[in-house]
Structures are given as C-alpha cells and as structure tokens.
Ligand binder design. Sequence first.
Ligand code: SAM
Length: 249
Amino acid sequence: MNFYVMTLFPDMINNAMSESITGRAIKSGYINVNAVNIRDFADNKHNRVDDYPYGGGAGMVMQAEPVYMCYKHICEKIQSTKPLHVVYLTPQGKTFNQKMAAEYAHEENLIFLCGHYEGIDERVIEEIVTDFVSIGDYVLTGGELPALVMMDTISRLVPGVLNNCISAYTESFSENLLEYPQYTRPENWRGKSVPPILLSGHHKKLAEWYREQSVIRTALFRPDLLKKAELTEKEKELVDKVVRHGEQI
Ligand code: SAM
C-alpha cells in the first residue's frame, strides 16, 4: 500500500508514521509513506503558497497552482492506469469510520491532500479531489493529523502489518459492536480477579462470553451502533436488560 501525502509539513507525517507499528510496517515494506512538500512547487523566490482570500475575510488561503503541480508530480510517480482516490481532509467531509478504512485498505495507492490556514482554493479541489473526509466535528489547524489518523487506521488493515491479523477484524466496530474487555497478568490485581471463564480454556464458552460482553458494552457505551448490528433474539433481550438495569448486569 502506497500513501502519498500532499502537505506543507512533511516532517509531521514522516515522524509520526516512522514510530511503532506503522514504522515497522514501513521497514518491512508492507506500506510506503511519501510525504510531498507542496512548497516545493511554489513558483516564487520566497516559496509562498498562500494568499489573501478574494472577498476579504480572516486568514490566508492555499493557492491552487502549487497544489496542482504537487498532484501532477505524484501522478507521474504512480503512473496508474486505474482511477486514483484523492482524499481531501476537511471538516466538511464525510466522517471517517472503520468501514471506510476497510474499503481504502484494498487500494494500492492513496493520495491525501492536507489543507492549512483557512483552506485551499476551491478550483483545485474541484479539479483533483475525489473524496472529502473529516475525522470529526471540530476544526484543526491542518490536515496532517487527520491524514495520520486515516493512514494509521488503514495500515492496521493491510495484510502483514499486524502480527495477529485476526485482531483487526474482531476489534471494535467490526459487526457494529464494541470489543469485549481485555485482561492480562497478574490473575489477581489489587484484589480484583480476572473473570474465571478466561482461565477455563473452554473455547466455545469463551467465544460466547466474548460475544455477550461485546453486546453488553455496546448497549452501555454506544447503543447507536446496535441499530445496524445483527443480534439473535436472546441478544436483543440482553440489550433490553442492559438498557433497563445499566451496569448492574
Ligand atoms: N475554513 C475551513 C472550514 O471552516 O471548513 C477550515 C480550515 S482548517 C483551519 C485548515 C485545514 O485543516 C483544512 O483545510 C483541513 O485540511 C484540515 N482540517 C481541519 N479540521 C479537520 C477535520 N475535522 N477533519 C479533517 N481535516 C480537517
């Protein structure tokens, strides 16, 4: 999987992605991260890429031409015959979620466009952007953190990136449920024991417990997700009970 990031702050991208799991995935060749500096495509001696907004108003706007030239440079590098996804990170986009991450994980190349200041000249957005994605209803100073959030999430779904590839598909939001609670050693921590079922080694009962706990958690913390989850009649009764009695279950 090849990520290309059009940005004014390539170090932000490279530094964050070179750590931990994504860093190992880069070293092992499962993912590639190419942060391309939009400023390198400025056509003036001060390398300026922003200007005042037409019509007035606060802040500066990134100019169309350096962004367009940066995009052209990336397209030449990729030389893909398939249409490419160009994702503009924007608070005005569709809110990113696990399902979108799973879809993007099938792509061979993904291009991200990070805005800054008040945003980017609309004309280049119209020309090159295919997808508009937000990471939530709040406004950040730039698109770099959102691009990192997306790349981190998508990378985990690229085969080989996680040691245990099953885990990415049993985690929260798969099947519209949250994941069950996790425990590790010691067996007894400050008087609190791990649930005995986890020590039983009984795989069928364990699977049932995991599923039940997922349903309870989701009913408690994210009942909105349950509208799309496929539940058995017994699980629906459990949800009703959780809703009526809260954490007492
Ligand atoms: N003036 C823009 C507006 O009101 O929609 C916000 C511009 S914001 C200060 C600068 C850049 O940060 C945006 O161009 C975008 O790339 C990025 N950004 C800010 N918040 C974001 C969010 N919630 N999700 C994705 N990108 C975001």
